[in-house]
Ligand binder design. Structure first.
Ligand code: SAM
Length: 222
């Protein structure tokens, strides 16, 4: 899988993509991630990427020329173009799973008041929001989306990690987990988990997952 990210702030990706699962997946060549400076596609002599909004009002808007230039240059026949935007549909685990199947994704990070609508109308396949709040830019959202996709690629997660029993599998949140010591400051690990009885442990975990989901995310239970 290839992921191209178009941004005015490429440095924001250095730390997050340099660590742990994403970095390992890149080293194993499970994913190729390339970060592109939007300004490189600016067409005027001052390399401007934004301008004032037509119709007035505060803030600046990302200009169409560098947006069209970058995406048209990077796009191939099988590319999915995503724009990070609070106006998009909210990113979910099911979306991460379907994006994992794509061979090439371009993620465009907005800034300021947003991007010129003509770019969205002509070249964006999908606008994605990571939640109902407004960020200063699309970069943190792109990092979230890439992380959620890459960890699902077979071979990306390490031996000590697992995609089984995760929140949102089977429309449930995950069950509570405990580790050593079995007693800490008088707080005991539930007896059933020490019993070695796999059937009872599985039942207890399912009950706890349902209890938690009903309490905090009842809409997940269909
Ligand atoms: N004027 C826009 C609005 O009210 O919908 C907000 C623009 S925001 C300050 C700048 C950029 O941050 C957006 O173009 C988008 O790329 C990104 N962004 C902000 N919130 C986001 C969110 N919840 N999910 C994904 N991207 C977001």
């Amino acid at each position: 899988m290839k992921i191209d990210i178009v941004t005015l702030f490429p440095e924001m990706f250095v730390g997050p993509f340099d660590q742990s699962i994403i970095s390992r997946a890149m080293k194993k060549k499970l994913v190729e991630i390339r970060i592109h400076q939007l300004r490189d596609w600016a067409t005027d002599k001052h390399h401007l990427t934004d301008d004032r909004p037509f119709g007035g009002g505060p803030g600046m808007v990302l200009k169409p020329e560098p947006l069209f230039g970058s995406v048209e240059r990077l796009k191939t026949e099988n590319t999915k173009v995503l724009l990070m935007s609070p106006q998009g549909s909210v990113f979910k685990q099911t979306k991460a799973q379907s994006l994992k199947e794509e061979s090439h994704i371009i993620i465009v990070c907005g800034r300021y008041e947003g991007v010129d609508q003509r770019f969205i109308d002509e070249l964006v396949d999908e606008e994605i929001s990571i939640g109902d709040y407004v960020l200063s830019g699309g970069e943190p959202a792109a990092i979230v989306v890439v992380d959620a996709i890459v960890r699902l690629i077979p071979g990306a997660i390490g031996k000590g990690e697992s995609l089984d029993n995760e929140s949102f599998n089977e429309n449930l949140l995950d069950f509570p987990v405990y580790t050593q010591p079995a007693e800490f400051r008088g707080l005991k690990v539930p007896e059933v988990l020490l019993s070695g009885h796999h059937g009872e442990i599985a039942r207890w975990r399912k009950n706890k997952a349902e209890e938690k989901t009903r309490k905090v995310r009842p809409e997940l239970i269909v």
